[in-house]
Design a protein around this ligand. Sequence first.
Ligand SMILES: [Zn+2]
Length: 257
Amino acid sequence: MTFIPLHAFSDNYIWIIKEKDSSRFWAVDPGDAKVVIEYGNQQSANLEGIIITHHHSDHTGGVQELKDQYHCPVYGPQHLVPLVTHPLKEGDSVRVFSTEFSVLETPGHTLDHLCYVSDQAAPALLCGDTLFRGGCGRIMEGTPEQMLNAMNKLAKLPDNTLVYCTHEYTLANYRFALHLDSNNKELTKAQQECSQMRKNNEVTLPSLLALEKATNPFLRTHIPRVVAQAATQLGENIANDSVSAFSQVRRAKDSFS
Ligand SMILES: [Zn+2]
């Protein structure tokens, strides 16, 4: 199974899932139908199914048009029925070709947010706007506690999990991450690599969960020096519980410029 990122809008990726030599493909979070239809035409391939992580229009805006054209099933959050034809909840699964993706409920960025993780030896994580390379989604509908729970849930996945995020936010995220954690050698190395990749116009994804655990401040809010720097930036005392610490790092990112 291969994952191909299609560029949409200014910095979104619509992930295409394809089997080798197959003329069928799936699309994840198709905010824009045009780019998916173009891909299908170029490849003479047929869209077999759609997976949605959450309701935001840059992830769902193309779904109706694609459904009309390809008559394919749409898997996603319950409240999006009838746009979604197969509503999902925690513990459900979606079969994409011969691979099973399990559904994780990860409210925080939005209340309906779902992530999907495959049963492969190196699992693939479709994490929408919950986890980014070097960052996490803004808390737009949920609470810091929900977002921290989502981070903890994803952190328990195997270290070799490949992380398919839906935005190219990596360099901006690393700038903030280095501000909190300037002596982190793995982070410095990742930042340098991605900086070069962006100069070459390359996609910095997928990431690897082990790398995220070593570099992403939102998976590292249990580390006092990471939180201390966020508290200093905000002019606050260092938070003394896990939820407040996570909130402090999230708010520091929101006001970082
Ligand atoms: Zn979103």
